[in-house]
Design a protein around this ligand. Structure first.
Ligand code: SAH
Length: 231
């Protein structure tokens, strides 16, 4: 009588964690359709979201099935991976072009970082929490995403790499840090959710001259707070 091989492969999870297969691709396609239905029009941004495997930015298998729903959820250290709609909205209003030098504040899971890298940006990203910085650095390297990651304080920006074409803040700031506007090129843009409490206003600030900036308010959002003195 034939015996079962002792080491036959068994898969418990509905899909493996570190691979990207047709099921993930199908779920991404549906996510892109959802974003279009919610009003995202930027074709490049939609294409990038259609290509970046969001499930690889989530560590907990319990959340795997939710990776392609349009929701935010926890990534550790009390932080969240941003909702795909928010990532798409911020990426669209940032209006990047390939080759632009972009500073991101709040690396978090690295998902937004990966989307910007897919859009062809040269990306620099700062994370305040060291465990997240270390984890995401490894994850992005493993996924082949090219990005320059820093553990530091986003309020200070990154003077040694300034000026930037674009700066994107992915946490809710109590005010617009002066250090960030001063690190914009002329004509450069800062996208930043501003406001204390539950809700922030999404501001798009354009540096119009050496001394002047213009500010547009693009609606209400909810972000985790931009930390002020936590190392
Ligand atoms: N872009 C991320 C969003 C993560 S949530 C993603 O796609 O997953 C916002 C992140 O901002 C958190 O990881 C938080 O730790 C970080 N953060 C908060 N205050 C900060 C600060 N002062 N400087 C840099 N990062 C900060």
């Amino acid at each position: 009588m034939a015996e079962w091989p002792v080491t036959r492969p068994i898969t418990f999870a509905p899909f493996a964690m570190h691979k990207d297969d047709y099921r993930h691709q199908g779920m991404r396609k549906r996510l892109v359709d959802t974003l279009i239905a919610k009003g995202i029009e930027d074709r490049e941004v939609l294409a990038a979201i259609g290509q970046v495997p969001r499930h690889l930015f989530i560590d907990d298998t319990a959340f795997l099935e939710m990776a392609y729903q349009d929701i935010a959820f926890p990534i550790g250290c009390g932080q969240t991976i941003s909702q795909p709609y928010t990532v798409a909205f911020q990426s669209a209003i940032l209006a990047v072009r390939p080759g632009m030098k972009v500073l991101e504040i709040g690396t978090g899971s690295g998902y937004q970082t990966a989307v910007l890298a897919k859009l062809g940006c040269k990306i620099f990203s700062i994370e305040r929490q060291r465990p997240l910085y270390l984890q995401t650095k490894e994850r992005l390297a493993r996924s082949g995403v090219k990005a320059n990651l820093y553990h530091g304080d986003g309020y200070a920006g990154l003077p040694r790499e300034a000026p930037f074409d674009r700066i994107l803040v992915t946490c809710g700031a109590p005010f617009v840090p002066q250090g960030l506007t001063s690190q914009l090129k002329l004509g450069g843009r800062l996208v930043i959710p501003v406001g204390e409490g539950d809700e922030q206003r999404m501001l798009r600030i354009t540096r119009s001259s050496e001394m002047d900036v213009s500010t547009e308010d693009l609606g209400a959002f909810r972000f985790v707070p931009m930390l002020q003195d936590k190392a």
